[in-house]
Design a protein around this ligand. Sequence first.
Ligand SMILES: Nc1ncnc2c1ncn2[C@@H]1O[C@H](COP(=O)(O)OP(=O)(O)OP(=O)(O)O)[C@@H](O)[C@H]1O
Length: 654
Amino acid sequence: MRRGMCRGRAYVPLSEVSGGQKSAGESAGAEEGGMRRRTPPIAVLTGEMLTMDRLGTLGLSGLVALAAVLPASLAVTSGALAGRLATSHGKDLFDGGGGAAALALGAVFLLMQVVPPLAQAVAESLGRRLHRGLAERVLTALERPADLGRLEEARTREIVSAADRGLNGTCVRDAVVGAVNVGIARGGAASGVLLLLAYRWWLAVLLAVAYGYAMVIVSRMYQRALESAEGTPALMRRAMYLKNTLCGASAGKEVRTFGLTDWLLDRYTTEWRKAIARTRGDRAGAARVSLVSGVVVLAAQGLAFVLLVADAVDGRVGVGRFVMFAVAGVGLLGLGIVTPDLLNIEVGGTVLAAVRQLEAHTAPPDAAPPTPRGPGTGGGDALVTPSLTAPPSTAMPQRSIVFEDVGFRYPGSGTWVLRHLDLTVPAGTSLAVVGVNGAGKTTLAKLLCGLYTPTEGRVLVDGTDVRDLPPGTWWNCCAALFQDWVRWRLPLRDNVALGAPHRPATGPELAAVARAAGLDEVLRDLPDGWSTVLSREYGGVDLSGGQWQRVGLARALWALSAGGTTLVLDEPSSALDVRGETELYDLLLAAAEGRTIVLVSHRFSTVRHADTIVVLADGAVAESGSHQELMDKGGRYAHMFTVQADRYVERGED
Ligand SMILES: Nc1ncnc2c1ncn2[C@@H]1O[C@H](COP(=O)(O)OP(=O)(O)OP(=O)(O)O)[C@@H](O)[C@H]1O
């Protein structure tokens, strides 16, 4: 039996990306950030598209190349036909090559109607696929770090919001379409320059330089505008937070009862102005740049036409060549034009860079492949005996969970939350953790689950450091419910099933979980039973805080019933009334029999039933023992218990 395969979830090992240290991922991310500035967005875009669909991208490039030579072909064929017109004087127009020129002109005209739209349609389709792929990559990158600290860093949130902002709209698709439009325009202009070499080579070079200059400075202008907008992402995130709070339903109660609307609006406007201050400054500069580039291009273009007309008047250039060079000259206009396509390419390139940066930022230095699900271990479809009360036969801990001289500081914080903490939880027993607010109880629970890596010391499961376990092993064994558990705005069934997503959520096992979590009553009142969406916003119903808590518990129990061995509950009954809580614990303890239970709670009526109770104070275990032992000792626990018991007696609760 594969050690530690409990429920069949996959993830990377507890990472070496511990707080404070700069990980390989981070340095790669920094490098990537630098790369974004060096690599033109069009190159990034092309690289990504080639990786996604080499054949499709090459086909698209072929269409762009074909579309790009069409303006020059138009110049050549219309020049040839005009020349023939001039010499035939209306007679025998289609002789002496006139017919071929007319046919060729017709074909070019037809292709000009068909090829660019076809290229745009292919670009849209590839762009949509690229967008979907990027959205998946963002989710994968976010799921990767085992250490929550990495995800909570402000830098990570900034990169995520940069990637997310782009992926919420159509900017990746627009960038691909933009790249095609720009490719066709610039390719067409370049072929026009080649034609003009046959007229006056120095004029062709002059035009190429003028347009090239305009093209470069316009691209830079967009790049700078975007960089300056990104230069204040922290301010923009804060502004967006205020705006979302103002618009969101969840803060609506406080916004109204405290009369916060004006304050929020004011604050949002101020933050937003600060966030875009540099961009606004840049806009004036950008306008100047556009003007200068326009004047340069206009001067070169004007010179070319004056020369061409003069040569035509002097008879140095015949009608055919005049038409050909004039049409080629007009085609050049595409080279320097400021179009939204250029901006779209910049924006798309920025999103792509952010996604790459996020991937590098969250990549563990030596990510091992995810653990495959094994048979008979509760892993998804291979589940054999999914009874809630079946003993967890396969997985860890078989002996104990041990905190060995553990110290922990949150990333970026100098304060030790826990220090020199030693604790042993024998397998199959229950441990309750108590202590004042901020004592570090939740932190201890998260360390136990492997969500954070100890700054000092080790957390051992059956003698093995959690970070040395194969990927996925320990999380698969832990069924945890933290204070801020997720209230999925999805049907009740999904809310429970997400505890073990690979397992079909049906049958008597589901009913057993609902019973154990005290969900039976809630279920009876739901209009569509298990299929009821738990959100009024999404056409379902809203639950009370206590009812939600039971849903969360059911999810943790579902994970347990799918093979989890360790149940971690952080204030699981804070929203329940005292009677409901007592009943719940009787059911829970029966359901979780044989499992290792870690319970964080301020409710001493709950805590007292645990095999062992530890009191956390000053970052370490201050007291430890059974309820009776601690009461006999007359220390902190006895004091806290008595104070709470007296309060309940005063209020007449039991
Ligand atoms: N994500 C975080 N980043 C930085 N500091 C944190 C983070 N979470 C908690 N802390 C800090 O760690 C300390 C311990 O927090 P923790 O949530 O573990 O305490 P607790 O005993 O569970 O408190 P409570 O009883 O109020 O739930 C607190 O000082 C808190 O401010």
